[in-house]
Design a protein around this ligand. Structure first.
Ligand SMILES: [Cu+2]
Length: 126
């Protein structure tokens, strides 16, 4: 290996190492801990409210809860927190049987936006 190759390689290794160091444990990112409905839930009734809990207080003004599904007309409205490190919204509109995705976006104390999804199924008994 030539000397110039060695210098470039050293610079790359140093950049990688300093990147790892800057992601230190002090800058923990907000993460979801649980939800209603639970991720993967199979429900036999439509959902009236959705709620997601986090490992720290989410900033409601920098958060969204959105329900999506093929042909979906259900919407999450009235986003708020119940003061338990949570986001909550009521569900309005029809929710026919189907596979739904609840997408949350929020920002924690570190100011960095995080997002995640919870999926659930509605299948009424016949
Ligand atoms: Cu509430």
């Amino acid at each position: 290996m030539s000397r110039s190759h060695t210098i470039v390689l050293t610079a790359v290794v140093f950049a990688l190492l300093s990147g790892v160091v800057s992601v230190g444990p002090a800058s923990a990112q907000i993460a979801a801990t649980s939800s209603t409905p639970e991720d993967g839930a199979a429900l036999d009734v439509p959902v009236r409210t959705v709620r997601v809990w986090f490992d720290e207080a989410p900033r409601v003004d920098k958060s969204t809860l959105e329900i999506t599904a093929p042909g979906n007309r259900a919407r999450a409205e009235g986003l708020h927190s119940m003061g338990e490190n949570d986001l909550m919204a009521r569900v309005v509109g029809p929710m026919p049987d189907g596979d739904y995705t609840l997408t949350w976006t929020t920002t924690g104390a570190d100011g960095r936006e995080q997002t995640g999804t919870i999926t659930f199924t509605v299948q009424r008994e016949r």
